[in-house]
Design a protein around this ligand. Structure first.
Ligand code: CO
Length: 134
């Protein structure tokens, strides 16, 4: 059911130093920061030949990554995103398998303008999984 790895998202405490690290030290192409108030993050995209990396910095008081950064003050891998062809069919199949879908279970429009859902990390080996319909 799942397809390609779409991206790995890394939560960072300081976006400008993380951008510098990826741009100067790792020699990657980093996009301009994009504030996403609906998702409580500012994000940059790093395009690699085979996938993307997203760096996430908290935006606003109720950011969903604030708690994560309290537990991981240096930052860390926050979630990985797999592509699916049909997100509603994927959701229904996962629920049928007993997996928990976060929130109200309705796909939301994600950082790339495509429908996304998140799956409970406790059901997936401690990894927060995002599904994105391509
Ligand atoms: Co993501």
């Amino acid at each position: 059911m799942i397809g390609r790895l779409n991206h790995v998202a890394i939560a960072v405490p300081n976006l400008s130093s993380a951008i510098r690290l990826y741009r100067e030290t790792l020699g990657a192409e980093v996009s301009a920061p994009l504030p996403q108030p609906d998702h409580g993050v500012t994000v940059v995209f790093i395009q690699l030949p085979n996938t993307k990396i997203e760096l996430l910095e908290p935006l606003g008081e109720a950011s969903p990554i604030t708690k994560f950064l309290e537990r991981n003050p240096d930052g860390g891998i926050h979630h990985i995103c797999y592509e699916v062809d049909d997100i509603v069919a994927a959701r229904d199949r996962l629920r049928g398998e007993g997996a928990r879908v976060l929130g109200d279970g309705e796909p939301k429009i994600g950082a790339h303008g495509k429908p996304v859902l998140f799956l409970h990390p406790k059901d997936f080996n401690g990894t927060l999984i995002e599904l994105e319909q391509i």
